[in-house]
Design a protein around this ligand. Structure first.
Ligand SMILES: CC(=O)SCCNC(=O)CCNC(=O)[C@H](O)C(C)(C)COP(=O)(O)OP(=O)(O)OC[C@H]1O[C@@H](n2cnc3c(N)ncnc32)[C@H](O)[C@@H]1OP(=O)(O)O
Ligand SMILES: CC(C)C(=O)C(=O)O
Length: 562
């Protein structure tokens, strides 16, 4: 910000609530959710949804599990009105879903709204008027508090008057003192209590008092103080659903909602992926999955988040950021070495521990939830660029290609692959990593090449085996033989007999390659150079496990002499 201009801003006044209790509360159950995608989300789109798109989105919201859905502002425009009519006339509203419609506290708009909802079984009629000093002064041309309260009262009285005109419909009243979060609390409660007095809700027939953080001016703790103060001072609290509607101007929509719930609210309005005015509405996906991640069921099903995101992006023409919580492309991905190392260890350990304890609590470093629980695959968790480490490379070779590299081989392979990513200044995908692994470590055949080998058990001493091999070394073909207690050991002796053994074999592993296109075996051999004590691993891949071992030995030999 331009330094000279900072002085034109003012601190937000704190709430006088020294005995606040919300900081000690915990969220233990889900609120009532209300999606406002089709209204607050839609009204903020450069190209609002068509009726067909709204219908598809409505069906999606129902599938996710929303039981309250604000479908629009039917008195605003024909599209909005016709959408409402189609939902009702085509019987598209599930029995357990209640539609909500928004309308300003203006007579002609309220009357038109009642025409729009005719025939529906149940509807929330959501009336609002702005109450903050700023809006009273600017939008309502210096209206007094009384005038603003009277606008609200007149709106509520009209809704009360019109309700018996559609007796087949159960009307639930919702009132929002719009711009609540910068309204004086005593005035906000005065307006709300005036409406409550008109509507006379009961615990059996509640009304909704929605307290919008229309524009975020303050930190989330102040929002929580405001909500707690209102919950204490609203009349007939037991006959109300106190609802939150946070926007995200300060980037704290989620925090404000979570603290608002701790402060006593029962209901949350928001949108998928935070679509909405300016920086958007509260992202319900985030809050709901945050609850799931603490073991709280929410009634909302985000188990196939990618499909939900695909519909959302198509019909709203908005994009979900790569860093958006839970849904973003990169939010379960680690490029950096230390993260990859910890994730790989965490996943390996979990796999092992789960065999002993099926209900093992989730606990993998850097992953707040199991990506599979929202339909994300493990494939994208670890991706390789120049910031990556050996653990990440080993993870990809393991998960994607079925190679379980010995731990002490990870540094050698990891270094070679992330140096390759660095030299190419780009991310390497799983197939490029496999290609590079094969090029540098598997079946390496220069300067030593194994052409053929044969094992003879009959002519060797008991428990021993005789190996005859045809090799090419430095361009010259040679027949060599040696005896040992197994194929590798006898081949090592054959090399020794030919004067080629300048190493000590220090480690050996093998396994069948899991899944993927390789139905082969992999073997890994570690050699130490007798000359300079350098230690290197090589890998052999072959349909025969014996041959894989010999190829691994040849690979390691060649890497030592490369
Ligand atoms: C924070 C929110 O998201 S609130 C929801 C906002 N959503 C929308 O506005 C989308 C739908 N709205 C619309 O299509 C239009 O604004 C309509 C159809 C509702 C109204 O259209 P118009 O009357 O032509 O225009 P407009 O909205 O500018 O009306 C402004 C007038 O309404 C008054 N007004 C605004 N809100 C309210 C209210 N809640 N109650 C009573 N009067 C109000 C203003 O003071 C202003 O009065 P003035 O003309 O005497 O100055
Ligand atoms: C109408 C109200 C609830 C609103 O959308 C807001 O204040 O942001």
């Amino acid at each position: 910000m331009k330094p000279d201009n900072i002085s034109k801003y003012r601190p937000f006044p704190p709430v006088n609530l020294t005995d606040r209790t919300w900081p000690d509360q915990q969220i233990t159950s889900a609120p009532i959710w209300c999606s406002v995608d089709l209204r607050d989300g839609n009204q903020a789109l450069p190209q609002p949804m068509t009726i067909e798109e709204k219908l598809e989105f409505f069906d999606l919201l129902c599938q996710i599990g929303f039981k309250q859905i604000e479908i629009g502002f039917p008195s605003a425009a024909d599209t909005e009105y016709n959408f409402c009519r189609r939902l009702i006339e085509e019987n598209r509203i599930p029995e357990d879903v209640t539609i909500q419609i928004l309308v300003q506290t203006r007579e002609h708009l309220i009357r038109r709204s009642f025409e729009a909802i005719k025939g529906v079984k149940r509807a929330i009629v959501h009336i609002y008027n702005s109450t903050s000093p700023l809006q009273r002064r600017v939008t309502f041309s210096d209206a007094s508090r009384e005038q603003i309260r009277d606008i609200a009262v007149a709106g509520a009285e009209l809704v009360k008057e019109l309700t018996p005109t559609i007796p087949e419909t159960e009307i639930v009243l919702q009132y929002s003192p719009e711009s609540f979060s910068d309204t004086e609390l005593d005035f906000a409660v005065e307006c709300c209590n005036a409406i409550i007095d008109i509507w006379q809700p009961t615990p059996e027939k509640k009304m909704i008092i929605n307290l919008p953080d229309t524009v975020q001016w303050a930190t989330p703790n102040i929002h929580a103080d405001q909500i707690e103060w209102m919950c204490r001072n609203l009349a007939k609290r037991g006959a109300l659903s106190v609802s939150l509607h946070t926007h995200n101007d300060r980037g704290t929509g989620t925090a404000a909602t979570e603290l608002g719930l701790m402060a006593g609210a029962d209901r949350v309005e928001g949108t998928l992926f935070g679509n909405g005015e300016r920086t958007g509405n509260l992202d319900i996906v985030t809050v709901a999955l945050n609850m799931n991640s603490h073991g709280i069921p929410t009634g909302l099903d985000f188990s196939d988040l990618s499909s939900i995101r695909a519909v959302y992006e198509r019909v709203t023409r908005m994009t979900v950021s790569d860093r958006s919580p839970y849904a973003g492309e990169l939010v379960f991905t680690a490029f950096s070495g230390s993260h990859q190392d910890a994730i790989k260890k965490g996943l390996d350990r979990r796999r092992k521990e789960r065999t002993e304890q099926a209900d093992l609590a989730w606990g993998v470093p850097y992953l707040t939830i199991d990506p599979e629980d929202i339909g994300r695959s493990y494939e994208a968790i670890i991706r390789i660029n120049s910031q990556s480490g050996k653990g990440g490379v080993a993870y990809i070779l393991d998960r994607e290609h079925g190679f379980d590299l010995p731990k002490t081989m990870h540094p050698q392979v990891g270094k070679s692959i992330y140096e390759l990513a660095d030299s190419q200044s780009k991310e390497l995908d799983a197939s490029e990593i496999r290609e590079a692994f094969f090029e540098h470590f598997v079946n390496v055949s220069q300067p030593l090449q194994l052409i053929e080998y044969e094992l003879d058990h009959n002519r060797a001493a008991a428990g021993q085996v005789l190996c005859h091999a045809c090799i090419i070394v430095d361009g010259t073909e040679k027949e060599i033989s040696g005896e040992g207690n197994g194929p590798i050991n006898s081949f090592v002796h054959a090399l020794e007999t030919a004067g080629l053994k300048d190493f000590t074999l220090t480690d050996y592993r093998s396994h069948a390659i899991r899944g993927g296109s390789d139905s082969d075996s992999a073997a890994y051999i570690q050699l130490r150079s007798n000359e300079n004590s350098g230690i290197l691993w090589g890998c052999g891949v072959d349909p025969s496990i014996e041959m894989a071992g010999l190829k691994a030995l040849v690979s390691a030999y060649n890497l030592l002499h490369g």
